[in-house]
Ligand binder design. Sequence first.
Ligand SMILES: [Zn+2]
Length: 201
Amino acid sequence: MALPEPIERLISLLKKFPGVGEKSARRMAFYVLQEGESFGADLARSVGELNRRLTTCEKCGNLTETQPCPICGDPLRDRSLLCVTETIEDLVSIEQSGLFNGLYFVLGTSLSPLEDRESLPEETVRLLRKRFEEYPIREAIIATNPRIEGDMTFYALLDALRDVPVKKSRLAYGLPVGGSIEFADRVTLHAALESRQEVRE
Ligand SMILES: [Zn+2]
């Protein structure tokens, strides 16, 4: 049975979410309908405001309403440590663990064995290298995920920073191979940060 067009349209949009199939999308769509007009309006407004109010930090790539973001603008952050992540979600997970007080740089991209690319985009590398001129960075903590994309990205980063004379380390013990930083719990992240391995080039 075909459903009325407005609900079919919502279902087809919800199905685009990661991990959401036809059934879950239908349940969510009917939930929105049942909750009534004010919930639907709130939801629509929140979604609309995401792109209108949020932008990425010019310095680190974090999501922000201000330039620079509150992390880059915080004078109490340790400017000698730079943590490089693949995604904003990874930055958020590390930040919410409360275990890291340095600065970040979000690549916003990863290398993949399915693509032909062997290096990071030039503009990303340029912005990243600028951080090392701007801040007195002593150590770059490369927080790429423990899976093939993260490994490839890690080596591309080492290559992009090979002439930058700072200590380079990678998150270590605790993160399951094939797992992700985004879903790691605080204890695991703590272990991974504490036992990060210095990279010998
Ligand atoms: Zn920032």
